[in-house]
Design a protein around this ligand. Structure first.
Ligand code: C2E
Ligand code: MG
Ligand code: MG
Ligand code: MG
Length: 281
């Protein structure tokens, strides 16, 4: 019997699943060394004020330069980081790196510049909450308002008291909050009155199909009107064409982010872009 069991141990997996599972295990192992091995990089994508075309904000987006595989997408490795708990260490690195660039850009290029940092729901279970983040901002002389935390609806959906407490701690520290990928989740509108949120980010899936009189246009219009009535500002994700930009601007959308303006850029390239804008002003 033992022999049979041994031979058939994986029989309920298809080979493709075995390969995928093995691949995830290997990548997770590699990820353990990525922070210390300096394989992580932050890219920055401008967030553009639609009326003026000016860059006042950016989103920090994580990249993993794997020594063998090359660039691995965060869509692939963030879930592994979450499943393994590595997201806490990685998130800490992202925040420290973000804060240093932010300080540089605010002091040398754009005094009102604001940087958005994505948060995994698991980061809201960090021991000590956001104490060390707020302390770092203090050390660098950065006001809380210079940072926007991007969260998704899933976090608010199962909002335990620790999530609520930490959102309050962030708010008390002046940090702003954006609801990312808005419209793709459960979109219970009650979140918007229950939690203090500053920005709604309209998901790319709406922007993609924007056309006059389309249903996505109707939804985007409604989201923008509602957000403004609640005192929130709106950022459209995934703006790729001048037509999309024009439709969003006409609908009163405040900011746009997408390949039309720029792809996510390495820090040095983003730095150059921001400086060029400030010289032109
Ligand atoms: P997200 O926060 O919704 O970020 C926007 C994603 O859309 C980015 O993908 C960006 O490169 C992409 N994008 C921007 N403009 C366009 C466009 O015009 N067209 C298209 N097709 N795509 C556009 P990216 O960089 O691959 O990141 C994917 C996701 O990974 C992010 O989605 C975010 O959820 C997560 N992520 C990235 N960095 C971090 C991080 O530091 N921490 C955590 N927890 N998650 C992160
Ligand atoms: Mg985001
Ligand atoms: Mg998003
Ligand atoms: Mg997303």
């Amino acid at each position: 019997a033992a022999k049979g069991a041994g031979r058939n141990r994986f029989s309920y997996f298809t080979p493709a699943l075995q390969v995928a599972a093995l691949n995830r295990m290997r990548l997770t192992n590699d990820l353990r060394g990525a922070v210390k091995g300096q394989q992580l990089e932050l890219y920055f994508q401008p967030i553009v004020h639609l009326k003026t075309g000016r860059i006042h904000k950016a989103e920090a987006l994580l990249r993993w330069r794997h020594p063998v595989r090359g660039l691995v997408s965060p869509l692939e490795f963030i879930p592994l980081a979450e499943a393994s708990g590595l997201i806490i260490e990685i998130g800490g690195w992202v925040f420290r790196e973000s804060a240093h660039w932010l300080q540089r850009w605010r002091s040398a290029v754009h005094p009102e510049f604001q940087l958005s940092v994505n948060q995994s729901p698991l980061e809201f279970q960090r021991e000590g909450g956001y104490d060390s983040w707020l302390a770092l901002l203090g050390e660098l002389g950065l006001p809380g308002q210079s940072v926007v935390i991007e969260i998704t609806e899933g976090l608010l959906l199962d909002a335990s008291s620790s999530v609520t407490d930490q959102l309050l701690q962030l708010r008390d520290g002046g940090i702003q909050v954006a609801l990312d990928d808005f419209g793709t989740g459960y979109s219970s509108l009650s979140y918007l009155k229950k939690f203090d949120i500053d920005y709604l980010k309209i998901d790319r899936s709406f922007t993609r199909n924007l056309a006059p009189d389309s249903s996505d246009m109707a939804l985007s219009d409604a989201i923008i009107v509602m957000a403004h009535k609640l005192g929130l500002r709106v950022i459209a994700e995934g703006v790729e064409t001048p037509e999309q930009r024009a439709l969003l601007a006409a609908a009163g959308c405040d900011y746009g982010q997408g390949y039309l303006f720029a792809r996510p850029l390495p820090a040095a390239e983003f730095d150059a872009l921001l400086r060029a804008q400030s010289v032109a002003a």
